[in-house]
Design a protein around this ligand. Structure first.
Ligand SMILES: NC(=O)c1ccc[n+]([C@@H]2O[C@H](COP(=O)([O-])OP(=O)(O)OC[C@H]3O[C@@H](n4cnc5c(N)ncnc54)[C@H](OP(=O)(O)O)[C@@H]3O)[C@@H](O)[C@H]2O)c1
Length: 179
């Protein structure tokens, strides 16, 4: 996910207006649209929490489109939410069982979109191989944390760092398997 420097992925009311900044880091790399497109092709399915799905629904209603293409998109929820596409499927229950028994045998690259509750749940349950953490050049003071209520340490290996012209810093970590 993309976070503010103080570690928030959205304001308390869920808004992400702060993702638009006007910084310029002259030595940064350009965000090449072809690279992004090629990267998105490597993702086989998406998994997201219901509140992230509700943000996606709002974006779609505002005419901003659907970011997940025609890839299968699994929404974790115990509620009855509108199903706006055939590619959307809802799941409620044991996340480890769902990922290990249902998703892993069928999909190679599983992208957890977020939000904070789901990303923490994923790490707590030992389901993540990598964490992609991008930092926007902004502080917002309070909001929804990247990892909500992560109640244990998770050792990471820094695998990649990229700084972009927009001032965004992209970090890729591998989750170290505890012995
Ligand atoms: N900056 C970024 O890159 C970025 C990326 C993604 C999201 N976001 C933002 O993050 C915010 C949402 O984050 P969040 O932490 O509040 O919520 P979230 O992680 O998107 O969703 C949490 C909800 O998902 C459902 N859920 C989670 N695990 C479940 C399970 N195993 N079984 C059934 N349901 C499960 C529960 O809701 P129910 O009550 O429905 O059961 C839970 O309250 C939004 O504002 C979104 O825009 C930002």
């Amino acid at each position: 996910m993309v976070a503010s420097l103080d570690g928030f992925i959205a304001r308390k009311d869920g808004s992400v207006d702060w993702l638009e900044t006007s910084d310029e880091f002259v030595d940064g790399e350009a965000m090449d649209p072809e690279f992004i497109e090629a990267f998105l092709k490597t993702i086989d399915c998406y998994v997201m929490g219901s509140r992230t799905y509700e943000t996606a629904l709002r974006f779609e209603a505002q005419g901003l489109g659907w970011s997940y293409g025609d890839k299968p998109t699994f929404v974790l929820t115990s509620r009855d939410l509108p199903r706006i596409r055939d590619t959307v499927e809802f799941y409620s229950g044991d996340l480890a069982q769902f990922v290990n028994e249902r998703l892993r045998p069928n999909f190679r690259s599983i992208w957890f979109v977020g939000g904070g509750v789901v990303s923490a749940e994923c790490l707590r349950l030992g389901l993540a191989d990598e964490v992609r953490y991008s930092i926007m050049p902004v502080l917002i003071g309070e909001g929804i944390k990247f990892f909500e209520k992560l109640d244990r340490d998770v050792a990471l290996h820094l695998a990649e760092v990229k700084a972009y012209k927009s001032g965004l810093v992209g970090l890729r970590y591998e989750v170290r398997v505890s012995e």
